[in-house]
Design a binder for this molecule. Structure first.
Ligand SMILES: O=C(O)CCC(=O)C(=O)O
Ligand SMILES: [Fe+2]
Length: 352
């Protein structure tokens, strides 16, 4: 392949990495976003035990949760629903999928025959503008809930357990999400079901499997640029061996430690809006690794696209007015994809 022949460079990062080419310049971050220095470890992000949250010793666990919500906007969760072997099985699914031959993966491509971008499927991010800085990852993005809206033709047939394991994982993870949302509601002194009622049965859950090949230019290329999630809540299953996700706190990047037997819960913009900014959705990014590939999986829980969300009225008064407008979820998420492509935050659009 001739270097410099733009169309000859494959656009799946896995293929670029395999071809031995350096990442093309369109992957290079602007200087202010370059992941220059090693980020310190955020070692005080707690591991919350969901069983303990609602038991006798719940005060202590709730206190740790509240600290995490106020300082980091994210925390690890261990739960009966998620055994170590089950988490490993899901990690294995993702790896087996990304290791399939390219032709097999392209059966699930996130482009129409005319080359138009589809939200679901396998591929890259939507390219919204010429000057968009690209992220060093490929992804498989699938709607998993509501169940009757699944596009099963995009769910891989290999590995053969993919569909059944992802189905089971989505059921267990939704239980985890609901328990966490109840605890967050209580931490805000809202009625326990405040957020779970707003999510409801028509909530959407999207799974995003991320593959980050090793990257020879990890000083200028990011696995995922800084963003906050547009969800109510995101639950992440991180790579067991390779770190990469960093969170921004007080203007400084911190590395999120790996906790192999836990999932990472991350507050999203919809929760920031509904909590009237008392809890914030954290800005995070993913750095690349010169030696090692990394695989992660995110499950994004969102209120139904046709619903409106707004700050809970009891979280606003004369001293703390409403900070966000009432927004339609669909409209908000539309802004989010635009903002992400430009490296901006969509939440600013919802601010009063
Ligand atoms: O790979 C990760 O650890 C984080 C991925 C992420 O932030 C996302 O998919 O929104
Ligand atoms: Fe994210």
């Amino acid at each position: 392949m001739v270097i410099g022949e733009e169309e000859a460079v494959p656009n799946l990062v896995q293929e670029i990495a395999l071809s031995g080419h350096e990442p093309p310049a369109k992957f290079f971050q602007k200087e202010e976003n370059s992941p220059v220095a090693a980020a310190p470890l955020a070692s005080d992000i707690p591991i919350i035990d969901l069983v303990r949250l609602f038991q006798l010793d719940s005060d202590q666990e709730s206190g740790r949760l509240k600290m995490a919500l106020e300082t980091w906007g994210l925390f690890h969760v261990v739960s009966d629903q998620l055994s170590v072997s089950f988490l490993d099985e899901v990690r294995g699914l993702a790896k087996k999928f990304f290791y399939l031959p390219k032709e097999e993966k392209l059966r699930y491509r996130n482009l129409t025959d005319d080359g138009e971008f589809k939200l679901e499927g396998y591929g890259n991010d939507r390219i919204a503008s010429e000057d968009q800085v690209l992220d060093w990852n490929d992804r498989l993005y699938l709607l998993v809930q509501p169940e009757n809206e699944r596009n099963l033709q995009l769910w891989p047939e290999t590995p053969s357990s993919f569909r059944s394991v992802l189905h089971k994982f989505s059921i267990e993870l939704r239980k985890v999400a609901n328990i966490v949302l109840k605890a967050i509601a209580l931490a805000l002194e809202l009625e326990e079901n405040y957020f779970t009622d707003r999510l409801g049965d028509d909530a959407s859950a999207y799974a995003r499997f991320n593959y980050y090949p090793s990257c020879p230019k990890s000083d200028v290329v990011l696995g995922m640029k800084p963003h906050s999630d547009g969800s109510v809540l995101t639950i992440l299953l991180l790579d067991k061996d390779v770190d990469g996700i960093q969170v921004l706190k007080d203007g400084e990047w911190f590395t999120v430690p790996i906790v192999p037997h836990a999932v990472l819960v991350n507050l999203g913009d919809q929760l920031e809006i509904m909590s009237n900014g008392i809890f914030k959705s954290p800005v995070h990014r993913v750095v690349t690794n010169t030696q090692k590939e990394r695989i992660s999986m995110a499950m994004f829980y969102s209120c139904n696209a046709k619903k409106y969300i707004e700050p809970a009225s009891c979280l606003a008064d004369e001293t703390r007015p409403k900070l966000y407008k009432k927004v339609m979820v669909e409209e908000y998420l539309g802004k989010l994809f635009e903002a992400f492509a430009q490296g901006k935050r969509a939440i600013d659009f919802a601010k009063i």
